[in-house]
Design a protein around this ligand. Sequence first.
Ligand SMILES: C[S@@+](CC[C@H](N)C(=O)[O-])C[C@H]1O[C@@H](n2cnc3c(N)ncnc32)[C@H](O)[C@@H]1O
Length: 270
Amino acid sequence: MNNEIADLFKKHGSDKLAHNYTDIYFSYFKELKDQKLNILEIGVADGKSIKAWSEYFSKSNIVGIDINKIDLDQKGLKKENIFIHEGSQSDANFIKGIISKYEKFDIIIDDGSHLPKDVIKSFNLLFPSLDSNGLYFVEDIQTSYIHFFHGNPFDLKYSKTHMNFFKHLTDSLNYQEIANPFYRKKMYDSKITNISFYHNMVVVKKGPNNQESNLIMNHSYEDKRYLTRLNQKGSENKLKYYIKYKILYKLYTFFLFFVNLIKKIVLLRF
Ligand SMILES: C[S@@+](CC[C@H](N)C(=O)[O-])C[C@H]1O[C@@H](n2cnc3c(N)ncnc32)[C@H](O)[C@@H]1O
């Protein structure tokens, strides 16, 4: 199948071609081409990608935001399906205004400042406006690894980079499986169905994720196991199972919880 997105990036001179994003985009967008969508790109610059999206998704609204003023005449961006706004991706009021104007987005692409704080803040601000089954792309994630872009190449696991933000987000895919009775549901739990990592790009797919665990009930392995054993073996062994799962197993869980709590306090890791 011909990759039309590559052809359009070539035609408009977009550097997304050199970044090798075309195959990734094509794999997600080839089914969506003829739909009527709301698409938001953070970072307009010369409008090269905006023009490519405007041609590829000819039935869709293409919304671009940029911290700098964009001269629509000079950049050739005066088209029926292109809407450009000036403002910062991390300005909550500006983003709120964009959301109230367009309501829902099917696709969001972050090609803005690429600074960790901005990327994380705009994801948090914009995710609620992503429609169910919507896709959120974050480009140039390599800035996470470069201290000159506020990344951190020296602490790959615990620094507050956007790469670590998305790595931690993967736990939301499996939040039902976390056997910690003190676990509290987090903002993105049950709302994400897929997170894909590529070289310098992350793609998050929004959607309902409420499938129950086969091993855990209400974040407790012991409670689920107790009920399973009762169902399997009948109630004549109820006391035995109660002591085993509801008391001994729970004590072991609480012991490990406190060991890990102390470890977190000593290492200042939360
Ligand atoms: C890499 S360029 C965008 C290129 C464009 N998407 C393309 O592919 O042709 C990055 C753009 O992000 C804009 N930018 C930087 N910081 C921003 C911020 N905080 N909010 C919104 N846009 C920002 C810059 O002004 C610049 O135009």
